[in-house]
Design a protein around this ligand. Structure first.
Ligand code: TRP
Length: 373
């Protein structure tokens, strides 16, 4: 693993990730006891989703069968990979619990903060993201996906969204932006005002009215949440219910660090072939094994830093007993790195084969069902 200086902000995650520090610095709280429906989900049970702010009011809504919204945004940046699945699985989880799902395609953020074109972003969002969401099981029934650059064909709704983004700017200062983001530019400022509107606008009367909203994010997105929470408190025209949020670990990239769409050797894409998966895991997946087989058998490996093991833990080995066995065998040296990798490759390939078959059947019409409601 690398040993670079740890740094995290919404546009960059550098070095090794120190989650303890994130919890302390940002004041988010570790997730403790959760209702059984949450514990049945591997992401919660295995603490891949490990912290929260104000999750209580969403738990209440679920318990009392009240309406709530799950909101998230996607940055259309190249290949859809395993790391993106973390949020999608949460969308599906909350949708099954009765949430209405709002998804913002952050095309204006990409345009303003990353120099992309809107046309290209739209294409990537549909081909890479939305189609994969559908193949993974997201339903169009209780879900709307919109583009930041194109909120709604209904001008009453669209106006309310852009008005909110604009009005929020009154309730923050340049120094706050600087303190929250470090480096700031007008483009990034605009992106975070829009993101604040993304996160809160479902509560406006033009949308769902006063409902709790949960925003599951990677920890790098917390600065956006802090800023949005602050602005919403000072906002006079509407009394917002404070956001709930949860925080998940980053899925490690093959070589450690965060999985990145721009580096194909750091990720497994949903479109990778069986051969590519095998090759990537064998060649690039950081191993917690020892330098020689002999040493490994004697001293054992370290699953905590082994990327293949982390993939099994986060997604691909749903059976707790089996996972525990693998962990033990690896730790005591009975399971070699080669064997662990082979097991992981097979699991990923079984999953991807089914996924790719489903993905291939998705039509333009299926996509349209999610847009412009
Ligand atoms: N900034 C997010 C990203 O880089 C995308 C995003 C836009 C978002 N609006 C959002 C995420 C609202 C969560 C909620 O991926």
């Amino acid at each position: 693993m690398t040993n670079k200086k740890f740094e995290v902000n919404p546009w960059e995650v550098k070095g090794d990730i120190d989650y303890g520090k994130l919890i302390k610095e940002f004041g988010i709280e570790p997730l403790k006891e959760l209702p059984e429906i949450f514990e049945n989900n591997v992401l919660f049970r295995r603490k891949t989703i490990f912290a929260h702010r104000d999750i209580g009011r969403v738990l209440m809504a679920i318990k009392n069968k009240k309406k709530f919204v799950m909101m998230t945004g996607l940055m259309p940046s190249g290949n859809f990979h395993l790391g993106h699945m973390l949020v999608v699985q949460q969308m599906i989880f909350y949708q099954k619990l009765g949430a209405k799902i709002y998804i913002a395609v952050a095309d204006l953020e990409a345009y303003n903060a990353r120099g992309s074109t809107l046309k290209e972003m739209r294409k990537i969002a549909i081909e890479q993201y939305i189609k994969n969401y559908i193949a993974l099981g997201l339903s169009s029934k209780n879900c709307e996906i919109y583009f930041q650059s194109d909120r709604s064909k209904d001008s009453v709704k669209a106006n309310a969204y852009y008005r909110l983004a604009s009005n929020f700017s009154r309730y923050s200062t340049f120094n706050e932006f600087k303190a929250v983001y470090g480096d700031i530019s007008p483009g990034k400022m605009n992106a975070s005002l829009l993101q604040a509107a993304d996160m809160f606008h479902a509560q406006l009367p033009e949308f769902e009215g006063s409902v709790p909203i949960i925003v599951p994010v990677g920890t790098d997105q917390d600065p956006h949440l802090r800023l949005a929470r602050g602005m919403s408190k000072k906002f006079k025209e509407h009394k917002f219910i404070q956001l709930s949020s949860t925080y998940h670990l980053f899925l490690p990239g093959l070589g450690g660090g965060k999985m990145s769409s721009s580096d194909p050797n750091s990720h497994i894409a949903m479109t990778d072939s069986e051969k590519e998966v095998a090759n990537k895991i064998n060649k690039y997946a950081f191993s917690g094994g020892r330098a020689t087989l002999e040493e490994h058998k004697k001293k054992g490996g370290n699953p905590d830093i082994d990327v293949s093991f982390q993939y099994l833990k986060m997604f691909f080995e749903e059976n707790d007993n089996k996972l525990k066995q693998i962990e033990e065998d690896y730790r005591n040296g009975n399971l070699t790195t080669g064997e662990l990798k082979k097991y992981t490759i097979d699991k990923i390939n079984v999953f991807l084969k089914k996924h790719q078959e489903k993905r291939a059947k998705i039509t333009k019409n299926d996509v349209e069902n999610f847009l412009y409601k």
